[in-house]
Design a protein around this ligand. Structure first.
Ligand code: IFM
Length: 471
């Protein structure tokens, strides 16, 4: 497709103007995660992670899909990196699979597993693409889950050991290191809601997981920084949205406050300010839960960060009054439910709210100043229709990109220190509990043939990058 004209076609002139305000050295990336694309789950010494186990639970995943093959990236890596280059991204965000590096989660490095990432980094550098490495994107070795998982304190120490194995091997070539991706999902979806691996439903365990994930982040960051070349940067990626009260009533305002507490502040306050927010601690106490903080933990967790990775998909409105009009739930706790804004949604059912993205970023800049931000994920799933050649004319996804990149530019103009934007995702991939049904890629994957085809949104992204760079 000759698609250079698509850049203007889907972006409004106001959006184009905002996007044009981004600086020529703005970082442009595409993102993936190991379990979502690699496949090869039993190769070269990899042992099962909690996701391999969760995928075996009947109907835990739509269509009983698994990550066994996924996009077969493990065997197609050089071709996929050539596609990153074709999109003209300057940065590739990927994650390392812990059970490849340290089967079982303890002990020495597995050289065959490490060799894959070693080659990946070389492949990227050869193509002049910066590697942006995430150490943990949810694939905890199953043996560590069997020993207690993230609710157990020891897992934090195991994570720091694993981080050092990867760091020792790759720190000569990788400048950007992210410890965790979206600890909210690991803790809440994994241990409270039960919809992601390991599929537990225990609020107290989820809160212990929050603390131990943060502790693991801090322990790993301190050890890596001590051993790091001077120009190495360390950060963490959080998924965050906005939490608005549905009305101005006291109940709704309190519901929004508590959602923001568990969604944003329980992570960023200890990371940046070295303490958990008092209102969150009180909310937890009302549920009989105490974070398992030991002396010195908060100092470890608040180790300096070089960047904050922000993953944004949507914002939400909250009400403190249930559908039944009650302000308490069955456990006597304050009622809390989400109330849609009534805006169009993506195929995930997530409302499309670019204005809330700008609000979130300006708020983060205000409440946590001095911390440069990078958008490490943003993107959308739509029900793609491919033509016989595999091409997808996804104006919906391109329009989503246009409005959200413009929203980032608006936040920058309002003073937020944002250094880059990484689209989620390079490829259609295994969308966790939704299996392969939801497609987020800028590139279509035909799972029967593993054929890759750049979508219209991929060309839109490339053209946007070109324009901003002035290339
Ligand atoms: O696919 C996920 C990714 O792994 C983490 N952030 C959200 C994406 C879309 O759901």
């Amino acid at each position: 497709m000759n698609s250079t004209e698509t850049a203007g076609a889907v972006a409004t002139s106001a959006q184009q103007k905002l996007i044009a305000s981004l600086p020529p050295d703005f970082r442009w990336g595409v993102a993936t995660a190991a379990y979502q694309i690699e496949g090869a789950v039993a190769e070269d010494g990899r042992t099962p992670s909690i996701w391999d186990t969760f995928c075996e639970v009947p109907w835990a995943i739509d269509n009983n899909d698994t990550g066994d093959v996924a996009c077969d990236h493990y065997h197609r890596m050089p071709d996929d990196i050539a596609l990153v280059k074709e999109l003209e991204a300057d940065t590739y965000r990927f994650s390392v699979a812990w059970p490849r590096i340290q089967p079982g989660g303890r002990g020495p490095v597995n050289p065959a597993g490490m060799a894959f990432y070693d080659k990946l980094v070389d492949e990227l550098l050869e193509k002049d693409i910066a590697p942006w490495l995430t150490l943990y994107h949810w694939d905890l070795p199953q043996q560590l889950e069997d020993a207690g998982g993230w609710p157990a304190r020891d897992t934090a120490y195991r994570f720091a050991d694993y981080a050092m194995l990867v760091f020792d091997k790759l720190n000569d070539r990788v400048r950007h290191w992210t410890t965790l991706n979206e600890p909210w999902c690991s803790a809440m979806h994994g241990y409270v809601h039960g919809v992601m691996a390991p599929g537990k439903r225990d609020f107290a365990a989820g809160m212990a997981a929050v603390h131990h994930l943060l502790l693991g982040h801090g322990l790993a960051t301190a050890r890596m920084r001590e051993a790091a070349p001077h120009d190495t940067e360390f950060g963490i990626t959080l998924n965050m949205g906005t939490a608005d009260p549905a009305t101005d009533s006291a109940h709704d305002r309190d519901a929004a406050r508590s959602a923001d507490g568990l969604g944003v502040r329980i992570y960023l306050d200890p990371l940046v300010h070295g303490q958990y927010p008092a209102d969150v601690v009180e909310d937890l106490a009302a549920r009989g839960v105490k974070l398992p903080v030991e002396d010195g933990d908060l100092k470890i967790i608040s180790a300096p960060l070089d960047f904050l990775g922000v993953n944004y998909y949507f914002g939400q409105q909250y009400s403190g009054v249930g559908e039944d009009g009650r302000t308490e739930d069955d456990q006597g706790l304050p009622a809390q439910r989400t109330v849609p804004f009534g805006k169009p949604t993506t195929a995930m059912g997530w409302e499309i709210l670019p204005g809330k993205f700008t609000e979130l970023l300006t708020r983060l800049g205000r409440d946590y100043p001095g911390l440069p931000m990078v958008i490490t994920e943003n993107g959308s799933a739509f029900d793609d229709l491919a033509d016989e050649s595999g091409f997808v004319r996804d104006e919906d996804r391109a329009a989503y990109l246009a409005s959200h990149i413009a929203a980032v530019a608006a936040a920058r103009l309002a003073g937020a220190d944002i250094r880059g934007y990484f689209a989620w995702s390079l490829l259609d991939n295994f969308e966790w509990a939704y299996g392969y049904a939801k497609r987020f890629g800028l590139i279509r994957v035909d799972y029967e043939t593993q054929q890759r085809t750049i979508k219209q949104s991929g060309y839109f992204y490339r053209d946007t990058v070109r324009r901003v760079r002035g290339s």
